[in-house]
Design a protein around this ligand. Structure first.
Ligand code: 5GP
Ligand code: MN
Length: 349
């Protein structure tokens, strides 16, 4: 396997881990499989190394990730503020995983950013702007978990990864690649999967729990969204799904119930990008996905104060759902220039 990591940076990371005992691992709010997988994967390794390690996250872990080994040991800031604050104040080293902007930690941001201990950033988003003593930033990699796996191997610690750690790391790779359907052209990702499976990981269970398990309500909500709340913008090759809080309430919405919904309209031949808007209590959450290198990250940065990857991005909008839709519709034509020169005929009957 190629060694992508700078040996000197790896050495400095290893030194920090060896030097410190109290280590806090942390990730972004509304954590996904890659965020939770990377912090828990490293946490299992640090335990094997005999460290006093803790995972502190901004908010709750979605139900689809509750099967991950170690998840019950995670300290959730919105639930145990004083405990999380104490762990952070006692930390000698903080390892930040899967985010590139400090504010993606929500209310946890000031605690982590004001901590004066040593810090490491491990991430695969474009343009990281978080100060840290050691930074691993690889936007070309499938996932932060792939990066974590490569880093562990570069440190010479891969033999210490146990079934639990390997399960968490593979879960992050599987969720960020949608079970090896996107960002998975690099042949080495399959070598990494092989090495993790050799640790007795149950891949089927990861796919079943993290990607497939749903509730009756959630299945109906997603079907309702596609049937009644999907708009196609033919000229811009855009699909938009917007769900109001009344829509969500009708199907007893639980956090995580619309995970993956944004991908569905991309299956329509000729659709180039898909935007999903959900009316959360505090903001309109925007998710975007695209094909053919269409830069949805630009739309999320320009219009919704967010960002992410070129073809998988997100953001937030403060205002009504109607206003949020209008912002997109009013600016949509500005992005038509990024559509591929040759596009399949739009298959909408
Ligand atoms: P999702 O649509 O699954 O919430 O996020 C897709 C991608 O966009 C992820 O890589 C995520 O890190 C990024 N992303 C989602 N929401 C935000 C946001 O509010 N701000 C920024 N900067 N990135 C986001
Ligand atoms: Mn990720």
């Amino acid at each position: 396997m190629r060694n992508l990591l700078n040996p000197d940076t790896v050495r400095r990371f290893k030194k920090l881990v060896e030097k410190h005992d109290h280590i806090v691992l942390t990730c972004h709010m509304r954590p996904d499989g890659d965020a939770v997988g990377s912090v828990l994967g490293l946490w299992h390794l640090l335990k094997v190394l005999g460290k006093n390690a803790s995972v502190v996250v901004p908010d709750r872990i979605p139900r689809s990730l509750q099967f991950l080994p170690g998840v019950r040991e995670i300290a959730v800031y919105t639930q145990y503020d004083p405990y999380c604050s104490r762990l952070i104040s006692e930390a000698e080293l903080i390892i930040m995983c899967d985010f590139n902007t400090a504010t993606r930690q929500g209310e946890l941001t000031p605690l982590i950013q004001n901590a004066t201990c040593d810090k490491v950033l491990i991430d695969h988003h474009l343009y990281p702007d978080i100060p840290a003593d050691v930074v691993f930033s690889f936007p070309d990699l499938s996932s932060t978990c792939e990066l974590v796996c490569r880093l562990i191997a570069s440190c010479g610690w891969f033999n210490l990864v146990d079934t639990n750690g390997a399960t968490c790391i593979l879960a992050g790779i599987i969720t960020d690649t949608q079970n090896f359907t996107v960002n998975c052209n690099d042949p080495e990702i399959y070598e990494i999967m092989m090495r993790l499976l050799e640790k007795d990981v149950d891949k089927k269970r990861i796919v079943d729990e993290a990607l497939k398990s749903t509730s009756f309500d959630a299945l109906r909500l997603n079907s309702f969204a596609i049937l009644n709340r999907l708009t196609i913008f033919e000229k811009s090759r855009c699909a938009l799904i917007a769900l109001s809080k009344e829509d969500l309430a009708k199907f007893n919405y639980q956090k995580g119930d619309t995970e993956g919904l944004v991908n569905e309209p991309l299956n329509i031949r000729g659709i180039v990008y898909s935007i999903f808007m959900r009316e959360d209590p505090d903001c309109i959450k925007v998710s975007a996905r695209s094909k053919a290198d269409f830069p949805v990250s630009r739309i999320c940065t320009d219009l919704f104060g967010g960002g992410g990857h070129l073809m998988a991005a997100g953001g937030e909008f403060k205002g009504t759902l109607e206003d949020c839709k209008n912002v997109l519709v009013d600016h949509m034509a500005d992005y038509d220039k990024f559509l591929p020169k040759k596009i399949e005929k739009l298959d909408i009957g």
